[in-house]
Design a protein around this ligand. Structure first.
Ligand code: PLP
Length: 725
């Protein structure tokens, strides 16, 4: 049967639709949409780093119209557009039932960074990734949600390793035309310009709107012609520059963010500060209330009733502190609009209000001006209550008002295409066979149920999925990682001018137990801990019967030379020690590299100095891919591990001194590796299948995956904190 060619009207609808979808980050968690962009230009998809907007610039409108005359492609485009429209218009969301109040008066969520996708690199690490995943789940749940952040036009730094194996940083300019963002316009169709007082100046800014499904994130941008150059560059880089830049960025984020929401007519019911960077928003809320005639005391109480605060780290450097001079400078104009003396405002950021020497701490401000505060795991809650007990000296430490909600991940956003295709096939076959484990509502796609425990319970059932199928999937994912690593290493090597030649296609062994480690190279994360027992590790990588190997990645903060030395050490080992070929370092860790690694590795290694890893989220991304965690019992893993779903290094305690902790943890790591991980992985039956290992994978999928999602997390935030009691 031949199909009639599409009319120009139908073609117009499809091309407009595709352009709309490309500019909504929804496509980053929709497999069908991704496959269409990829198919339009397979090579472009790779070279443009999976950028849907750029693909639609690469493919001319004429080419697109011609291609859409392929009936199969047009059919798939129609299906994706239909799914998108249905998603956007859905009136049956969780929030319709459980949080209708937040639809009229939404959540305003302020975060200095957001990580949505590799094409919009405006996150420095886990904090930003969490904010991005929070937004995606808020959209899925149908919660009224506006994010506020900055449009860093050079983003976070890109990492390149120089011939001395030293991390160097470079920046690339982001082009908004090639990004899923659109300028926020006023009624005349021009960029909406707002102003904020920073230092002695009025600084103008505009905003970019990122559509994240139904949620919206506004990115403030001071790169306006009327600003002096140094103010234009305020939004150049994520956490760029010194503490002066830092405080000015935070004034823009907090105070400017409130201005923008007001000028858009958004009336949030709650202001959620994701980390202390945004806490200046409380000062603007105070100013508004006093301008409306409230007393300082009333304004404080009212502001407090609107604000929430999430603290993310026990590491001291993670809590911004500014000197009085710097505060005086940064808020010079702003404070003239405040009818209270500056000294009163300064007290809001001090543990001891009377101590004029104490710097102004953004965490203290956020804690004092929030109706609720939380940490990001149970242990982190306990640590935070100790850390801030000083603010509540009259209360016993367990009554310090900091609770906890354990972090999660946006599952569909992290699940690799290979695994999504696995589920798609599996559930289609399952339905065709009329199996009892088929979804109750056949019309709903499997994606709609992916966060539910029942969905993952299937993995316990060998009738639903056999060990052989799981093992085949693991092999496929490991090979994909190895081929990705070889390609990356080849490119890394081509940049080097001399020496260091490694035959890239001999790197890594598809049959070896593959251990992954990728995170920021903050020293407390102790990336090199496993190599303390170098001779033993080398021996294990060379064991022909039970080989192991390592894939590492991660960026050190540009000013963290200790972190850079860790990177240097690991790359040195990868090139010059007997680990060569069994250890690789992939440069420029980002969301894409993370996805390859958490899916392709067999074991996800995590060795923080307890209790400094407040939660950690990369290990949560491993579960749905069948990668098992091998981790210190810190952060989320302390709650997730139950003896059968991965591996623990040590027990639920830690030594007092850093030296002792490092020694004990290193010994425990070696012990669990040699006594549990390696034997279990290589314990094969007569068919060559590691049944017990696969049993752990099943347990991890059943017990961890549905628990550590942002779907669960955002529902908790909503029920416990967003909805006013
Ligand atoms: C998930 C993720 C993180 C956070 O991982 P942690 O385990 O918290 O260190 C950081 N960076 C990227 C790119 C990620 O994908």
């Amino acid at each position: 049967m031949t199909k009639k060619p599409l009319t120009s009207e139908e073609l117009r609808e499809l091309t407009l639709g595709l352009n709309k979808v490309a500019r909504n980050l929804w496509w980053t968690w929709n497999q069908g949409a991704q496959e269409i962009f990829q198919e339009l230009s397979p090579r472009g998809w790779q070279n443009l780093y999976h950028n849907a907007v750029a693909i639609l610039h690469e493919v001319s409108e004429y080419e697109l119209r011609v291609r859409l005359q392929e009936p199969a492609l047009a059919e798939r485009v129609r299906a994706v557009l239909k799914a998108f429209d249905a998603y956007m218009a859905d009136q049956q969301t969780w929030a319709h039932r459980h949080a209708p109040a937040l639809r009229a008066n939404p959540v305003a969520y302020f975060s200095a960074e957001f990580g949505f996708h590799e094409t919009l690199p405006i996150a420095a690490g886990g904090l930003g990734i969490l904010a991005g995943d929070h937004t995606k789940s808020a959209s899925d749940l149908g919660i009224g949600f506006f994010g506020i952040s900055l449009f860093y036009r050079e983003g976070y730094f890109q990492q390149a390793i120089d011939p001395n194996n030293w991390q160097t940083e470079y920046y690339t300019l982001l082009n908004p035309k090639n990004l899923p963002v659109e300028p926020v316009l006023n009624a005349k169709g021009e960029p909406l310009v707002c102003r904020v007082d920073i230092g002695m100046n009025q600084v103008s800014f505009q905003a970019w709107r990122a559509n994240v499904g139904r949620a919206v994130v506004y990115l403030l941008d001071t790169n306006r012609p009327e600003n002096e150059q140094h103010f234009r560059d305020l939004t150049l880089r994520v956490y760029g520059g010194d503490s002066t830049t830092r405080i000015m960025q935070e004034v823009l984020l907090g105070i400017g963010g409130v201005h923008l929401l007001r000028s858009l007519g958004v009336q949030p019911s709650v202001f959620h500060m994701n980390e202390g960077h945004a806490a200046f928003l409380t000062l603007e809320l105070l100013r508004e209330k006093m301008a409306a005639g409230k007393s300082f005391e009333d304004a404080l109480a009212l502001t407090k009733s609107e604000c929430l605060f999430t603290t993310h780290t026990p590491v001291e450097a993670g809590h911004d502190r500014f000197s009085s001079d710097l505060m005086d400078y940064a808020l010079h104009r702003f404070r003239t609009q405040m009818p209270v003396p500056f000294a009163e405002l300064m007290k809001l950021g001090r543990v001891n209000p009377q101590n004029a020497q104490e710097p102004f701490c953004m965490t203290v401000l956020a804690l004092k001006l929030s109706r609720a505060a939380n940490a990001v795991s149970e242990l982190h809650g306990r640590v935070s209550r100790h850390m801030w007990h000083c603010l509540y000296p009259d209360k016993p430490v367990e009554h310090v008002p900091i609770g906890h909600i354990t972090n999660g991940i946006h599952l569909l956003g992290w699940m690799k295409g290979t695994v999504r295709r696995f589920w798609r096939r599996k559930l289609a076959a399952d339905r065709a066979n009329g199996s009892a484990s088929a979804p109750r509502t056949p019309s709903a796609s499997w994606e709609a149920e992916v966060n539910s425990p029942e969905f993952w319970q299937r993995m316990a059932d060998p009738e639903f999925v056999s060990d052989e199928e799981i093992w085949a999937l693991r092999y496929r994912l490991r090979r994909e990682l190895i081929e990705f690593a070889r390609r990356r290493l080849l490119i890394q090597q081509q940049r080097m001018t001399h020496g260091d030649f490694i035959a890239f296609d001999q790197l890594l062994n598809p049959d070896a137990l593959t251990i992954g480690f990728a995170r920021r190279f903050a020293t407390y994360k102790r990336a090199p801990l496993i190599f303390q027992q170098l001779e033993n590790i080398i021996r294990m990588t060379r064991d022909p019967a039970r080989p192991i190997q390592f894939v590492f990645a991660g960026k050190a903060h540009p000013r963290d030379d200790d972190g850079k030395r860790y990177i240097q050490h690991i790359i040195h080992l990868s090139k010059y020690s007997d680990l060569q070929g069994h250890l690789v370092f992939i440069e420029n860790y980002d969301v894409h590299v993370a996805r390859q690694m958490v899916s392709g590795c067999d074991v996800w290694l995590n060795t923080p100095r307890r209790p400094l890893e407040a939660s950690g989220t990369s290990g949560m991304k491993a579960g749905c891919h069948g990668c098992l965690n091998l981790s210190i019992l810190d952060g989320w893993w302390r709650e997730g591990y139950e003896g059968t779903n991965g591996f623990a290094i040590g027990d639920d305690s830690h030594a007092d001194s850093v030296e002792q902790q490092d020694r004990v943890d290193s010994a425990n790591l070696y012990k669990v590796l040699t006594e549990q991980v390696i034997p279990l992985y290589f314990l094969r039956d007569s068919q060559g299948i590691p049944r017990q290992w696969i049993q752990r994978i099943r347990r991890a999928m059943v017990t961890l995956v549905p628990q550590f999602t942002t779907d669960r997390m955002v529902r908790e935030y909503t029920e416990r904190y967003y909805l006013k009691k």
